[in-house]
Design a protein around this ligand. Structure first.
Ligand code: P6P
Length: 360
């Protein structure tokens, strides 16, 4: 019998301690989905099953991830993906896991993935495509961090197949972010969390490994309107446009009366930086640079889904000038400059970029 005790506390046996945790006070993701489904008129349960399918794949990726140092899944495949980036073994493992789960679930008719050049039509075993949902995803963003044990994440965006569309193809997927019916991410960090929105607020679920369930740990997440930290790779400073350099100078000014200089917090893993800023406030910026003149983040399966989430939590996301969710997509893997996080911080960045504010 394992005994657990805090220093100076009387040791209690593990079961007694666990029963005292009374996990039943937490709602599982499945219970939460079913409750929400009941509030949607004429819902068939298909969307609920789709979210469940994504969460199951996330649990499997989480399990594999935690062994990356032990099983030959860390490091690269030796291939280069459609982005021209070195492909990590875990990238393909995660991609295959999510594709398998969505195929098996039968609710998805088309997948767009960072790890696959073309959109992937999904037909059920019977050969027909009766799934009504399109899923765009970055199976494992920041995966090069895995071998150094830095947290990474999965990002997903869900659209409905337009009515009377016919054979699902890329055209069906290239919808503006405003059309998303759901978006979310899984962050594989010190704990594993499933965070998503369907346009009715943002809710976060923490994986309890001992029971294999995502439990509602962060209901109705709201992001602070401002904060004193910013996330950007300042190594690219010399290729930033002048307004952005001015904004950074403003944040670095010695002005203790309003909390400046701000702190930089940059993990190099978008989902992790985004998640911290969502909970604590802050701004993440990946602008146009010499190496990435259109920005580095992808519009369809990174910027759009997290823009949906941040707006639902009271934040803002733009390309520095235009609201991300209003951008008209042209290609599955197109990139965009991205300013995302606390509303007042993104608005100020936009004013600096437009020359309407200067560092003084
Ligand atoms: P850089 C990971 O490759 C990623 O797409 C994001 O997760 C991360 O924020 C960014 O790139 C890091 O890019 O150029 O600063 O190394």
């Amino acid at each position: 019998m394992n005994d657990v005790s805090a220093p100076g506390q009387h040791a209690v046996n593990f079961e007694t301690w666990m029963s005292g945790q009374n996990y039943t006070r937490f709602k599982t993701l499945e219970q939460f989905i079913i409750e929400r489904q009941d509030s949607i008129p004429h819902s068939t349960g298909a969307f609920s099953r789709l979210i469940r399918d994504l969460s199951v794949a996330g649990k499997i990726v989480n399990r594999d991830m935690r062994r990356a140092g032990l099983v030959d899944i860390a490091g690269t495949t030796g291939e280069v993906n459609v982005q021209g980036e070195v492909q990590q073994k875990m990238d393909m493992l995660a991609h295959n896991e999510f594709v398998r789960a969505l195929k098996r679930g039968g609710e998805c008719c088309l997948i767009g993935s960072e790890e696959h050049a073309e959109a992937i039509p999904i037909s059920t075993q019977s050969g027909d495509q009766d799934g009504q949902y399109i899923v765009l995803l970055d199976p494992l963003d920041g995966s090069s961090n895995i071998e150094v044990n830095v947290s990474v994440g999965t990002i997903f965006s869900i659209y409905r197949l337009p009515d009377d569309y016919g054979e699902p193809d890329l055209g069906a997927a290239l919808q503006a972010g405003l059309n998303q019916i759901a978006a979310g991410y899984i962050v594989y960090g010190s704990s594993t969390m499933f965070v998503y929105t369907t346009g009715d607020g943002v809710n976060g679920f923490t994986l309890e490994p001992s029971i294999g369930e995502f439990l509602l740990s962060h209901p109705e997440i709201r992001t602070p309107k401002t904060a004193r930290s910013y996330s950007i790779n300042e190594g690219n400073y010399n290729s930033f446009e002048p307004g952005l350099r001015e904004y950074i100078k403003w944040m670095q000014a010695l002005e203790p009366h309003d909390g400046r200089p701000y702190s930089t917090r940059y993990i190099g893993s978008f989902v992790s930086d985004f998640h911290r800023n969502l909970l604590k406030g802050g701004i993440y910026i990946y602008p146009a640079t010499e190496k990435n003149p259109d920005g580095k983040l992808r519009l369809m399966y990174e910027a759009n889904p997290l823009a949906f989430i941040v707006e639902q939590a009271g934040g803002r996301a733009s390309d520095g000038h235009q609201r991300i969710l209003e951008r008209t997509p042209e290609a599955l893997h197109q990139r965009t400059p991205l300013y995302i996080g606390s509303e007042e911080m993104v608005l100020r960045a936009e004013r600096f970029l437009a020359g309407k504010e200067v560092a003084g």
